[in-house]
Every structure is written in C-alpha cells, then in structure tokens.
Write a protein that binds this ligand. Structure first.
Ligand code: SF4
Length: 225
C-alpha cells in the first residue's frame, strides 16, 4: 500500500473519536471535483508504514482510532493486513471509500476490521460516469451500499453536491436507495487543486432550501462547510 499523507491528529473526521488520518495514494476514479489530485496521481511524497506504526505505537493510548482515506484505500489489496496491524494495537478504524471494490469491502466487514464506513455516492447511477470520468459497472456501487447497510457497522453515505449537476430529484432518488442510513450533502467548494474550474457549489440560501426539502427525513443533513 502506498501512503501519500498523514495527519497526526483530528477531532473532526471520525465521529466521537480522537484519531489520526492516513491518506493513500492512487484512485480508481478521476473525479472532476477531486480536491486530492496529488494523491490520485500519486505525486504526493510517500510515507513509510514503519513511520506510521512508530507513531501509532507511541500514541495508541492517546488515540481512539485511525481514519484511512485517500485517494481510494480499497485499490490496495494489502489494505487488509494493514488494518489488521492497526487493530492489533487496539485502535478503531474508520474507512473512507468510493465503494468501487465491494469484494474487498466484504472481506473487511467479514473480518470485523472496520468500525465506521463513509461511502461517497457521487450521483445517480446512470450519471456517475460524468463525475468520475470512467466507464464503470454501477452494480459494484449498489453491492457496496447493500453490504454497508446490512452490516452492523456505523456508517454514513455522502454526496458532494454541484450546482447545475445534482438536482433535488436526483437527491430524492439517492435517499430512496440508501433508505434511512445517515446521508450527508456536502457543498462543492472550489479549490486550487480542482481541475474543472467550471464547477460551482450552492449558495447558503439554496443549501437552506435543500435542507428544508428534506425536513421530514432526519437522516439527511446538509453540511455547509
Ligand atoms: S474518488 Fe475521491 S479521491 Fe478518487 S478521484 Fe474521486 S474525489 Fe478524488
């Protein structure tokens, strides 16, 4: 597994837990709005597993867990032994994923290696290719959603919403698919690293309208930042 980023402490990224975050290099998608191009294109300088585990061994009594993000962590088959090593230290694991490797996700769930999963749902399945710039088999995404929903593991689904692309009708359909699981709508924000400079997020007023639309669905939350 190739690691391209390491943040030693976060209180924000693993709900209810003090954690560090590991960012893996590489991704099987190529999203227009990706904030992490250096990771996706594997330009980020590599950090060794030894360095990570040296830190975790020193801080395992202070930390609750580790977030594994990316890039896309599940492109690496040795993610599983890596997670096993973290578990041996008594730490919890949150996995951020795009859900495109359900077979690996299933193995992770079967081995009880994960305590929280956050899966991106980029768009309606027939529109997905427009965001991820890949021909893809959307059945894999549906399989991952079902695996996560059926598991007893805490989880969330999330969509980065883009003005002019995601409609309320799209979001309604996604809410139907995930059927009551926690669902976060994150507004797109332009950053220097985003390749497609023609993308826009929603205004605060529009975000309030979206939250209002879902007022009868407590599982749906608009994240303003
Ligand atoms: S799946 Fe995530 S990391 Fe991969 S290209 Fe898309 S936004 Fe970037």
């Amino acid at each position: 597994m190739r690691i391209g980023g390491f943040n030693k402490l976060t209180t924000q990224d693993f709900p209810g837990n003090l954690a560090c975050i590991i960012f893996t290099n590489g991704c099987n998608f190529d999203c227009d709005y990706c904030y992490n191009r250096d990771l996706v294109e594997s330009h980020a300088p590599e950090i060794s597993e030894e360095e990570i585990f040296s830190y975790l061994n020193q801080r395992k009594n202070m930390l609750d867990g580790v977030v594994i993000s990316g890039g896309e962590p599940t492109i690496w088959n040795d993610l599983i032994p890596f997670m096993e090593k973290i578990k041996e230290l008594g730490l919890k694991i949150k996995l951020d994923t795009n859900g495109y490797r359900p077979e690996l996700l299933k193995e992770i769930l079967d081995k009880n290696l994960v305590d929280y999963i956050a899966m991106d749902i980029k768009a309606l399945f027939n529109e997905y290719y427009k965001i991820v710039n890949r021909k893809l088999d959307t059945d894999k995404l549906i399989e991952s959603i079902n695996l996560i929903k059926k598991s007893k593991v805490d989880h969330e689904f999330r969509t980065t919403i883009i003005k002019g692309f995601h409609t309320i009708e799209d979001l309604d359909k996604i809410v139907e698919v995930i059927d009551g699981s926690p669902y976060y709508l994150q507004n797109f924000r332009m950053e220097d690293t985003v390749i497609n400079k023609k993308l826009f997020g929603f205004s605060e007023e529009e975000l309030k309208g979206i939250q209002e639309h879902f007022k009868d669905k407590p599982s749906v939350t608009v994240r303003y930042v």
